[in-house]
Design a protein around this ligand. Structure first.
Ligand SMILES: C[S@@+](CC[C@H](N)C(=O)[O-])C[C@H]1O[C@@H](n2cnc3c(N)ncnc32)[C@H](O)[C@@H]1O
Length: 254
């Protein structure tokens, strides 16, 4: 049991490095520690009158505490087997508030416009190409109720071995490229990580993430650099390893 939110975690796969749990579809890792984006999503869950959507939910690091806070959660992931582990981790009494969506966001399923209290996409948009990121922001904006928030966590060119790509990123950004952060991660990944990553990774800086949110119609409330407290030293560089975003859909009458 985790003492904080009382959900059994014994069925989660073993950590490959402290705090990092491998996904089973070579899409990086799920962190045991919650990011600020996930914490804000769980806080929203406590007062939500509508369901919440966790995109790239994996084994449920954010979905499980959101269920424990009393919300109904749509947990979406490309990996049906990760979602099966999530479901097995959920206490019986929370399972009727858990909806599993083994499908790709944003094109593989749809929910009603204005039907969600909050959407979380933690460590997932950095696997999308530019147009898919734009469709993701547009879908989140459409599906959220007025006043709802889209919480996002993405990798930057400061994370771990991606810092070798910062020079290339900055050159592309200076040349005005719309998506300067798209790379093949396997050209820089350490051997033990190479097989745990997809063929494309999309690193973000603040200006690009802000543009995505604002072009979709959101108001940016928070856009900060972040690194996990419990994070292997080998992957830390300058404290700007991740970006966390809270973007809000305008409330009715605001
Ligand atoms: C790095 S894990 C993130 C897990 C967790 N959200 C976290 O922040 O620790 C990324 C997850 O996103 C899922 N994923 C990748 N692309 C997706 C998509 N288009 N729609 C839904 N899930 C996706 C992967 O299968 C994987 O389980």
């Amino acid at each position: 049991m985790d003492s904080k939110d009382a959900v059994p975690r014994s069925v989660w796969p073993a950590e490959t490095e402290p705090g990092l749990i491998p996904t089973d579809d070579a899409m990086g890792i799920m962190t045991r520690e919650l990011s600020p984006a996930a914490e804000a999503f769980v806080a929203d869950a406590a007062s939500a009158k509508l369901p919440l959507l966790d995109v790239g939910a994996a084994y449920g690091n954010a979905t499980l505490p959101a269920l424990a806070a009393g919300a109904t959660v749509l947990a979406c992931d490309l990996s049906a087997s990760e979602l099966a582990v999530l479901a097995a981790s959920a206490p019986e009494s929370h399972r009727r508030h858990l909806v599993l969506l083994p499908a790709g966001f944003p094109d593989g399923f749809t929910v009603g416009d204005g039907s969600l209290a909050a959407v979380l996409a933690a460590q997932v948009l950095h696997f999308f190409d530019g147009p898919a990121v734009e469709r993701a922001f547009a879908a989140a904006h459409r599906w959220l109720a007025p006043g709802g928030a889209f919480h996002v966590l993405v990798m930057t060119p400061s994370l771990s071995y991606y810092s070798k790509l910062r020079g290339a990123y900055e050159k592309r950004a200076a040349a005005g490229e719309r998506w300067p952060g798209i790379f093949d991660p396997r050209i820089v990944a350490s051997p033990e990580w190479r097989d745990r990553l997809p063929k494309m990774v999309h690193l973000f800086e603040r200006d690009i993430l802000r543009r995505c949110a604002e072009e979709a119609g959101f108001t940016v409330e928070k856009l900060d650099y972040f690194c996990f407290r419990n994070f292997p030293a080998i992957h830390r560089t300058d404290g700007r390893e991740y970006l966390t975003l809270a973007a809000r859909k305008t409330a009715v009458g605001a």
